[in-house]
Design a protein around this ligand. Structure first.
Ligand SMILES: [Zn+2]
Length: 203
């Protein structure tokens, strides 16, 4: 059972494939920003997510091509997948998602049975010249917060790919970046807590 395994991060053995659901489809992005990857890019299995794993997409072609459509094209080409691609002005949803279940992606080997994967456009975010645009960070924070609320994912289960890599060769999205991202996410969520909102309404 996935919930019982959450603390130890041990996958169910083996998961019984759950290819279909009668749950309603969900779109966390505007209609124009839903672009579904081909079926051979992801597992024909639905999972109940309890983690969100952040990535950089590794695009080495320069900042001008740090774009969600390029992330999509690359994933399609290499037959890999993530649930979202985020750039400086938009988030693309790339896989089917439902009320409590989501399509299993090929985003983080060993952890896909429980994870929503989010690709941020770019690479080596810890290098000063490679820091992602402010708009990209803001969009990622907002998206992750929205997913946490919807799927009841706790703050401690918003993690970096380098923290969920059984082979130990992933560095994305960077140690410094991830620490900053957690600060941003915590601040964003505090700013929109019911208590804070009530207080600011009174002010
Ligand atoms: Zn990654």
């Amino acid at each position: 059972m996935v919930v019982a395994a959450a603390g130890g991060l041990v996958p169910p053995t083996p998961p019984v494939p759950n290819p279909t659901t009668s749950e309603a489809r969900l779109y966390f992005v505007p209609f124009d920003d839903y672009h579904e990857l081909p079926a051979d890019c992801y597992a024909q299995n639905l999972i109940r997510p309890f983690e969100i794993i952040l990535h950089w997409d590794g695009n080495q072609q320069g900042r001008d091509l740090w774009l969600a459509p390029v992330t999509f094209e690359t994933l399609q080409y290499v037959r890999q997948s993530a649930h979202f691609a985020v750039d400086y002005k938009r988030s693309w949803q790339m896989l089917p998602m439902y009320t409590t279940l989501v399509q299993e992606s090929y985003g983080a080997m060993g952890y896909n049975w429980a994870a929503i994967n989010v690709e941020m456009a770019g690479l080596e975010f810890d290098r000063p010249e490679n820091r992602p645009p402010e708009g990209e960070v803001a969009l990622a924070v907002r998206l992750v917060s929205q997913l946490m609320d919807h799927y009841a994912i706790v703050f401690e289960h918003v993690v970096a790919h380098f923290e969920r890599d059984p082979r130990g060769d992933k560095r994305d999205p960077g140690v410094i970046f991830m620490a900053r991202f957690r600060e941003r996410l915590a601040a964003y969520r505090a700013s929109r807590s019911p208590l804070k909102q009530a207080l600011s309404a009174e002010a």
